[in-house]
Design a protein around this ligand. Structure first.
Ligand code: NAD
Length: 345
């Protein structure tokens, strides 16, 4: 039997746990896993591109458990009443190869992306940052805001989205939670006075969400929307002014903002910063850029955290998706009755 977390159970777990608590718990698990980075079997995600989007598989293993996520990215989906990103994931036991957990991951991805962004910003953002600009207030945005509040104490948000409805929704969801929200009329206005800038837009183009003049010294950029070949958000001149931090260079050079740069442009891997082997922020004037694309180990960490949280609860059901005959060499016994159906010939 495999533990199965469907959307209703994910909702129940989150309502009872609290979204900010879950993000913090995932962030703690991320730190543990980033610190043992070299133990992981890892690879850039396997992507199948189409005109309108991408479908990806994201595997990783620590030698004890194996995990993968199925995820899509279709920026034109909301216009058809569909989500840009949906996902599900699996954990398996490396010793037997059997799956142990199967979970919805559309919500879990939003949690793990917020946890990753905030966990990284806690190390790179300027000391005492309380104000964040958010460019793009779609699906991921509320989770980002909650993650930054819990891990950094950010409570003041300056928002901009080309879709007024997305800003309405964000304000409706976040104002009751005590955020101080300023609704800007452009990206340039949104970034004024912000110590952290999150770009979280979705368009399968090389967009320029931020121009060079909008990024002042000392700012931390949390650039999460550019995550696919031909899909970026930042003016390349910003990348030349700042220090760039990444998850897994082999994947980020294909998918991240740095696809705009030479293949040998220096970047720092976040796991090295978390281990104290590489510098993070070194001065108040430094521009730090987290060129986030989303990496398989983050999904592994989120699934690992969820799996532990399920112990002793009823936030899951069990599904019978492993065909397991009593005699492991007699799979036929499970379906033998089908052989007795008379054939016409
Ligand atoms: P979404 O479609 O729900 O929201 C994107 C928002 O961006 C929309 O509200 C849209 O109106 C707005 N937008 C588009 N162009 C804009 C522009 N030029 N200026 C301002 N706003 C603009 O998508 P989402 O699920 O929130 O995801 C956002 C992006 O983040 C996607 O590109 C997705 O692929 C990416 N993403 C990255 C990670 C990661 O780990 N790095 C994880 C999840 C999603």
């Amino acid at each position: 039997m495999v533990r199965f977390v469907d959307v209703p159970n994910m909702r129940r777990w989150l309502v009872d746990t609290g979204i900010e608590n879950a993000i913090e718990g995932i962030a703690d698990t991320l730190v543990e896993d980033f610190k043992r980075w070299e133990l992981f079997d890892k690879t850039p995600r396997v992507a199948s591109h189409s005109e309108v989007g991408v479908i990806e598989l994201m595997p990783a293993s620590d030698g004890v458990q194996y995990g993968f996520k199925f995820v899509n990215g279709h920026p034109s989906n909301p216009a058809r009443g569909l989500q840009t990103v949906t996902a599900f994931g699996v954990l398996a036991d490396v010793q037997s190869g059997y799956p142990t957990l199967w979970s919805e991951m559309t919500i879990l991805t939003a949690l793990r992306t917020a946890a990753t962004s905030a966990m990284v910003a806690r190390v790179l953002a300027p000391e005492g940052a309380t104000t964040m600009a958010m460019i793009g207030t779609g699906t991921q945005s509320e989770f980002q805001a909650l993650g930054f509040r819990r891990l950094l104490g950010v409570h003041s948000l300056r928002i901009w989205d080309t879709d007024p409805h997305a800003m309405d929704t964000f304000e409706r969801n976040m104002r009751p939670l005590g955020f101080d929200i300023v609704r800007a009329t452009s990206a340039a206005e949104a970034v004024e006075g912000a110590q952290i800038i999150t770009t979280c837009t979705a368009d399968k183009v090389n967009a320029t969400i931020l121009t060079d003049d909008m990024v002042k010294p000392g700012v931390h950029l949390n650039a999460i929307g550019g995550d696919c070949p031909g899909k970026t958000e930042l003016d390349a001149r910003i990348l030349h002014r700042g220090d760039i931090f990444v998850e897994y260079p082999e994947q980020t050079r294909i998918e991240g903002e740095i696809q705009q740069l030479d293949a040998d442009h220096p970047v720092t891997e976040m796991w090295r910063v978390l281990r104290g082997e590489a510098a993070g922020r070194t001065s108040a004037e430094q521009i730090t850029i987290f060129d986030s694309v989303g990496f398989a180990i983050e999904d592994f960490s989120a699934l690992r955290y969820l799996d532990a949280a399920l112990d002793g609860t009823d936030y899951f059901t069990e599904v019978d998706i492993i065909a397991e005959p009593t005699d492991p060499k007699d799979l036929f016994s499970l379906v033998a009755a089908g052989a007795s159906v008379p054939t016409l010939a």
